[in-house]
Write a protein that binds this ligand. Sequence first.
Ligand SMILES: C[S@@+](CC[C@H](N)C(=O)[O-])C[C@H]1O[C@@H](n2cnc3c(N)ncnc32)[C@H](O)[C@@H]1O
Length: 361
Amino acid sequence: MSLRDRLTAQIASGGPISVAQYMTACLHDPDFGYYATRPAIGEAGDFITAPMISQMFGEMIGVWAASAWELMGRPDELRLVEMGPGDGTLMSDVLKTVRHAEGFLEAADVWLVETSPPLRALQAERLGEVVSWAASLAEVPDGAPTILIANELLDCLPVRQFVRTSIGWAEQVVGLDAEGELTFGLANTPAAGLLPDAQPGQVFEQSAAQAALGAELGARLAADGGAALLIDYGRSGPDFGDTLQALRRHEKVDPLYNPGEADLTVHADFPAVMAAARAEGCGTAILTQTQFLARMGIGERAEALVRSAPARSAVIGRQLTRLIAADEMGELFKVCAIHSDDWTPPAFEEEPAFEREADEA
Ligand SMILES: C[S@@+](CC[C@H](N)C(=O)[O-])C[C@H]1O[C@@H](n2cnc3c(N)ncnc32)[C@H](O)[C@@H]1O
């Protein structure tokens, strides 16, 4: 029995499933799900992420967390939370950096929110006993100011997809073709909310899970104070498009190819996440990854690393380019802050040009 067999039997008896149901099964099925069964992350796995490209990425997040804690008035009790911590590299670099802020580590109670047992094992190997684990944010004790980080988490939260046809909206679903193979099709299921005006052929994605995370973060931060930093590739304003993508061994593959064997992602819907957080009483802001890393001082950090290891100059230059060049990760990746409404976190004091333009449009 494979996940393909199980899904095929489920669809044959119960009818087509939504793209969100398909993503959830492929990523999290306890027996066959991608994250449930393997730590396929890193050069030897299916994809690599910014913290694995260079220590500078995690260091800039660490500088941000330490500066945020200072701006919050150095609370002596703090939840430092990472959601979706992968192989633990990001938190490891953050912890190495924040120890330079005297008092931070004594105040911080460090939590990792992780659903994948194999990745939890990797995180434990890298980070040891200094952290605690939770399966959801709700399991992390509340009642203290929180600094939360999540890199490439929103992109694995499921979306439903709607396609505008010549006669109205239809939902894109996963069904079976005449040979009994998985295939995409259209169904007449209603969307959870209003869908925008669109041209025939346009696809609109709706993620209840991404919006729910925005609301959950908003409620917690409004009550306890603090800020969350969500980093992902995605849109900063309303947009159309089918962004479902499958990656296996660093190559794009058909999302219906061997369910559970490839990483499935979508673009983060930052406008929906931010609106949900604002509805709970929080402030929000968004920058490109380039703007955020530059404001946190990545250029100066790269120069310092080169000064201390001149032989690595070319490598460090290439790493910096991958993180901040507009045609690499710099523009596609966004850094979104959700914060209690009584302050503005570091790097977000200045409004970025693209947000002003969106407001004026
Ligand atoms: C693409 S990896 C990103 C890893 C890491 N943040 C990095 O930047 O290298 C996604 C991570 O989110 C975790 N994850 C996926 N769905 C989750 C959920 N619903 N709640 C918490 N973690 C989740 C995965 O197990 C994995 O650790």
